[in-house]
Each structure stands twice: as C-alpha cells, then as structure tokens.
Design a protein around this ligand. Structure first.
Ligand SMILES: Nc1ncnc2c1ncn2[C@@H]1O[C@H](COP(=O)(O)OP(=O)(O)OP(=O)(O)O)[C@@H](O)[C@H]1O
Ligand SMILES: [Mg+2]
Length: 239
C-alpha cells in the first residue's frame, strides 16, 4: 500500500527565545493525510496552525517527533534534498497572495519553473496553461496591482500549480477576500481536488470555507481537539 502523503508522528514544536527558554506550541500531534484528501485546519488564533503548516511545507522543522512526506522522514534529508522534495511535491498559497509587484502575471506564475531551471518557452507555455486553468488567460500581461484580490489569489494558485505539485498548502487563502470572492476561490480549490486529484490542506477561520473540505482537523492550544468529517467536527465545536 502507498504510504500516506503526509504523516505527523508525535510532532512537537517549541520556539526558543531568551536564554534557554522555549515556548511550547505543538504538543505531540499525530495524524496522516492520504493523497487526494481535502483537509481544512481550524483553531483559535495562536493555536499553532501556521506553525504546523510551516512544518508540513518543510519551511521549518519539528523540535521532536517525525514528519514524513510521501513516506520519507524529512529529518533524514539534507537541505538540498529537502528543497528538491519541496519543489517536486508542494505548492504554497498565502493569505497575502505574495506576488512580486514588478513582475507581470505570467512571470509570477512561471517563477517556480525559473527556480527549477525550466527554459523560457516551456515556462511561458506552462504559465499560460495554468492561467487558463484558473480562469485568467486574459490577464497575462497585467501587474498584480492591476488585479482584484480574488484575481491575485488566482494568480497565486496558478503559481502554486506550475510545478505540478501533489499537495497544496494554503494558510488562510481567503482571509483577505470578501465572502463572494472567497466562494469563487473555494470552488476553484474544490475543482482542483475533485477533478485533478490534488491534495489540499487549508487553514481557515471560517466554517463556511472549511465546509468545502471533506475533513476538518481542529487544533486548540497545539493539540488536536477534533479530526473527522467537517460537519461532525464543526458540530462538536459548537456543542
Ligand atoms: N517564529 C516564531 N518564534 C517564536 N514564536 C512564534 C513564532 N511563530 C509563532 N510563534 C508563536 O507560536 C504560537 C502559535 O503561532 P501560530 O502562528 O502558529 O498561530 P496560528 O494558529 O497560525 O494563529 P493565527 O490564527 O493568528 O494565524 C503563538 O503564540 C506565536 O506567538
Ligand atoms: Mg496563522
């Protein structure tokens, strides 16, 4: 059987500060996410969601415990191997879009391919395909500040898709968007999950956003307080 795409084993994270002091943030998380799942993560501000996402994205490392990505214990990889795994498997989407303001839409989308050493013609072709996929084929030469928030987030999603990742990690991707635009972005994520088989892990504060996922992991004070079908976990949260 294929290993889960993501596996957290007794995952602990402390942030060091001052002289030998440490702030415990994640207290031993255990969960697995299979390829093809669409998982939402909710929890109060400061509960450790972004800390967890940074570890899942190999942008940070756990203090103790293990993080296995596609069956590989990330602790056993060197910096270069980790970067390669990240480039091959992962795409990131952020609350603030994080587009480069001086680059046009097409150049922003092509950026991960530039880092991967892909040639110019191929970069342009892939960027055009990804922008088509997110419904922005008619905006390729615009600058980010010439686009609406929802359009900017679509560009960021196209960029995350450029290197054909298996997994997209999105930390509050609709946090800066109005309700209507959020729904459009979530419909796009749902389509990518259902029809392209993309695995999605998405942090949100909004129950209505979480409802687009199949599974909800509820984190409180760095511990898993609920994990299951979205409506069940939301029901338990409300009770
Ligand atoms: N780089 C860091 N160094 C030290 N402490 C940090 C660091 N990043 C986060 N923290 C602390 O870890 C805790 C969890 O932060 P985190 O950003 O993971 O919360 P969050 O659940 O994403 O919150 P929010 O919903 O507000 O985004 C907070 O108390 C925060 O102050
Ligand atoms: Mg956060």
């Amino acid at each position: 059987m294929a290993p889960p795409l993501i596996q957290a084993v007794d995952l602990v994270k402390h942030y060091a500060f001052g002289e030998g002091e440490a702030l415990p943030v994640l207290h031993g998380l255990n969960f697995a996410i299979a390829a093809g799942e669409f998982v939402a993560i909710m929890g109060p501000s400061g509960s450790g969601k972004s800390t967890l996402m940074n570890i899942l994205g190999c942008l940070d490392v756990p203090t103790a415990g293990h993080y296995l990505l596609n069956g590989t214990d990330t602790a056993e990889l060197g910096v270069d191997e980790l970067a390669e795994l990240r480039n091959q498997l992962l795409g990131f989407v952020f609350q603030g879009f994080n587009l480069l303001p001086r680059k046009n839409v097409e150049e922003n989308v092509a950026l991960p391919l530039l880092y991967a050493g892909v040639g110019r013609a191929e970069r342009q072709a892939v960027a055009a395909r990804m922008l088509e996929r997110v419904g922005l084929a008619n905006r390729t030469k615009h600058r980010p500040n010439q686009l609406s928030g929802g359009q900017q987030q679509r560009v960021a999603i196209a960029r995350a898709l450029a290197n054909s990742p298996k997994l997209i990690l999105a930390d509050e991707p609709t946090g800066n968007l109005d309700t209507h635009t959020s729904e459009e972005i979530m419909a796009l994520f749902e389509d990518l999950n259902r029809n392209q088989g993309l695995t999605l892990v998405l942090v949100t504060h909004e129950p209505d956003v979480a409802r687009h996922a199949q599974r909800l992991i509820h984190i409180v004070d760095g511990r898993i307080a609920g994990d299951g079908p979205v409506d069940e976990v939301l029901g338990a949260q409300a009770a």
